[in-house]
Design a protein around this ligand. Structure first.
Ligand code: FAD
Length: 394
């Protein structure tokens, strides 16, 4: 579940609030995997089928079903239910109930630039403080200290398009500033978290073991590249095939290169000079054939060092009923079905100009109002006057 804010040194999530509410009409069942949605006549959703301890169960819904399984989980459930691109479902022998572009339009915020800045001093938090028993003590006793850091200390948003007269309108880059590099833990944990191979670690990051690094990540906010989520087969236990399509559009590389140029300018600023900041001039493995600091070198670097910032969206795109690229309409309803809704980051047609979670929560608030009012009006018995005043609602 998503992150919301910090309290007593911990990141809190929307589930914390939900659990606190103790609503009598909320029943939580954990350790269940939803397999598919059940339909009458291929369009009327009436329940779901889920797996629990290897057995399948069915639950009926009297009013409607809301899928909130996220950008990968929701398209997976829809595809297994026969809602998706017919060509793909045909290959897996899943009968198509509604032919929709489920799983297309995958977008993500990507970044580069790990350990690109080297310093001659530590900035506050280092591995020693993290591993100190005092830090552990401080965290559990008072909710303070190094263990409460979110990692990222500063965020900045920039519109790098110098031809855009209205430069305040939409940033294309976000900078995430962290006071340490991934070399800080000498390869024990962070590099595995980032999926860095032994070869790259040994030939690039491990050289920095005796040095202090800091991180300014340039994050591509509005990628042009698109990816897909598809089923591997018709088995609910199989992992889906995620093709993120990162950097398939050259424009995305150009924006990240602008980000690296801005970082180089920052390094030369007086404040950074005071910290002894300098550019990491080690050649990134795979880019040995390019002259360091040339455009070709940085393009190679970006292609080799691309990481997600964990903000995927868009695989069940929202749009007009007539929009063939849309999966849900503006009422969050899956097109061509009844009583089936999607509320999560998958409905975003394009990605946000910043972290996604707040926008997901706002979508959820809005969706609950829309769905509740739809449900109210569909049940409402209309008087003769109301029929004349507003035919839509009766
Ligand atoms: C490591 C990490 C760090 C992040 N940091 C930030 C941040 O600092 N700020 C920010 O704004 N955003 C952050 N995000 C992104 C943010 O968490 C997501 O954008 C947000 O949670 C998306 O919400 P969602 O409701 O779409 O999906 P999710 O929060 O992913 O919820 C989907 C839920 O459905 C469940 N599920 C999936 N399939 C099934 C199934 N078949 N049956 C039953 N349950 C299923 C999943 O287990 C999950 O609990 C981060 C993400 C990650 C991974």
């Amino acid at each position: 579940m998503p992150k919301v804010n910090m309290k007593q040194g911990k990141r809190w999530t929307s589930s914390h609030r939900l659990l606190k509410l103790k609503n009598k009409n909320v029943f939580l069942r954990t350790n269940r995997v939803v397999e598919k949605v059940l339909f009458h006549q291929n369009f009327e959703a009436y329940g779901i089928q889920y797996l629990h301890l290897g057995k399948s169960y069915r639950v009926k819904a009297s009013r409607g079903i809301i899928l909130s399984a996220g950008v990968i989980g929701t398209p997976k459930i829809l595809l297994l239910s026969g809602i998706g691109p017919k060509t793909h479902l045909d290959k897996l022998n899943i009968p198509t109930k509604v032919n929709l572009p489920v799983g297309d339009n995958l977008q993500d915020h990507i970044t580069t630039g790990l350990d690109l800045i080297l310093l001659n001093q530590t900035l506050g938090i280092g591995i020693e403080q993290m591993l100190s028993p005092f830090s552990v003590f401080e965290y559990f006793l008072y909710g303070t200290g190094p263990w409460t850091t979110g990692g990222c200390e500063v965020l900045a948003f920039v519109n790098t398009d110098s031809t855009d007269v209205n430069r305040d309108t939409q940033p294309d880059l976000q900078f995430m500033v962290m006071p340490l590099g991934i070399n800080e833990d000498i390869g024990v944990h962070l590099r595995h978290l980032m999926g860095i191979s032994d070869y790259t670690w040994n030939n690039y990051f491990s050289y920095l073991n005796q040095m202090k690094a800091m991180t300014i990540l340039p994050i591509l906010l509005h990628p042009k590249s698109r990816g897909t989520v598809r089923l591997r087969d018709a088995n609910v236990n199989s992992l889906p095939i995620i093709d993120p399509g990162y950097l398939t559009e050259q424009e995305d590389i150009e924006v990240l290169l602008k980000g690296i140029n801005l970082i180089k300018k920052l390094i030369n600023s007086r404040s950074m000079e005071k910290l002894g900041a300098k550019l990491n001039t080690n050649i990134f493995p795979g880019c040995e054939n390019f002259k360091f600091d040339s455009k070709a070198y940085w393009e190679c670097y970006v292609r080799h060092l691309t990481i997600t910032s964990y903000h995927p969206v868009g695989t069940c795109k929202m749009g007009h009923e007539q929009d063939v690229s849309a999966v849900v309409n503006y009422d969050f309803q899956v097109k061509g079905t009844n009583n089936l809704y999607v509320i999560d980051a998958s409905v975003m047609p394009t990605i946000t100009s910043g972290n996604v979670n707040g926008a997901v929560l706002m979508l959820a608030e809005m969706a609950s109002d829309i769905i509740r009012s739809k449900d109210f009006f569909s049940r409402k018995k209309c008087s003769v006057i109301e029929i004349f005043v507003s035919k839509d609602f009766c």
